[in-house]
Design a protein around this ligand. Structure first.
Ligand SMILES: [Zn+2]
Length: 304
């Protein structure tokens, strides 16, 4: 790839167009400190943005693929369960928007499952209750306790998100298997590469519904405005999780930036969030004292 210019290329770094050698991606928030920056068609972009151009996502194509898999479920006469799919519902704005679109546009009958890891905000549970009533769909809650996981990660200044998501998906996968349902819908907005699907064990497919839409933050809020959903105001970029903002603060103390950086960067790259909002979201979150008190009550003692 001859257009690639390494971050250590002195000629590039000394060019004053490059902001005194401080190379920045013109598409997302990456700099030469966080990713390799290359020159592509006269623009400085990071290697991740370069691949996003080389292998573009196609929301319409992903939506068609999702439609196909859900139509299959609808037309499957052999289906012995009353549900076509499972909707993984956290009560946060993304999963609520995904559930709404699932009902409104696909006409399927989901079983909504919320895995309460003991650190979902009360507001998020109320939002699940209100929205499933409003849309007239069934909803169950699996009560779990992830205190140990959060103790092991947050107190060491590490992100708990990946392991928490894996544990939640494992619980939902088990229920899917038990109930003989082979599609699990989630409210994630970023695809697996360029696909909305991920094959899980035993032929169960995870579907990221929002990859079929290009919803900006504003689009989501416009949908939510019409629904019985309230923002629980938890600090940080979350609308359901009590530990995210305190976890980011702990991470900030250790590393000086947010562990959400890559995800937010990707949202900027794909036009789902503007840079101004992204920079705001990536600041060290201000966490109200009440949240620390609530965490303590639930078993997690983090000092502010
Ligand atoms: Zn970039």
């Amino acid at each position: 790839m001859k257009e690639i210019i390494g971050e250590n290329n002195k000629k590039v770094n000394s060019n004053k167009n490059f902001n005194n050698g401080n190379l920045k991606c013109e598409m997302c928030l990456n700099t030469h400190k966080t990713a390799k920056i290359i020159n592509h068609n006269g623009k400085n972009i990071c290697i991740e943005c370069y691949y996003s151009i080389k292998y573009p996502r196609n929301p319409q194509k992903m939506k068609d693929e999702i439609k196909e898999i859900l139509n299959d479920k609808l037309n499957n006469k052999k289906n012995k369960t009353p549900y076509n799919c499972i909707m993984s519902l956290s009560g946060g704005k993304d999963s609520i928007v995904a559930l709404y679109l699932l009902i409104k546009e696909f006409n399927v009958k989901p079983l909504c499952i919320t895995v309460d890891n003991n650190y979902l905000s009360k507001g998020a549970i109320e939002n699940c209750y209100n929205i499933t009533r409003y849309l007239n769909v069934d909803w169950i809650v699996l009560n779990r306790d992830f205190t140990e996981l959060f103790n092991e990660t947050i107190l060491k200044g590490e992100s708990p998100c990946r392991r928490c998501s894996e544990l939640i998906m494992r619980e939902i996968w088990r229920k899917a298997k038990m109930l003989n349902i082979d599609v699990i819908i989630t409210g994630h907005e970023l695809p697996f590469g360029t696909s909305p699907f991920k094959k899980l064990k035993d032929n169960i497919t995870m579907v990221r519904l929002l990859t079929g839409y290009n919803l900006t933050d504003e689009d989501r809020h416009n949908i939510l405005k019409e629904l019985p959903w309230k923002n629980p105001e938890l600090g940080g970029y979350t609308t359901n999780c009590l530990v995210l903002a305190p976890a980011i603060r702990e991470f900030y103390k250790k590393y000086g930036f947010s562990f959400e950086f890559n995800r937010i960067c990707a949202m900027v790259r794909y036009g789902l969030m503007d840079k101004k909002k992204a920079l705001e979201v990536l600041k060290c979150p201000d966490v109200p004292n009440e949240i620390y008190e609530e965490l303590k009550k639930r078993g997690l003692n983090i000092k502010k």
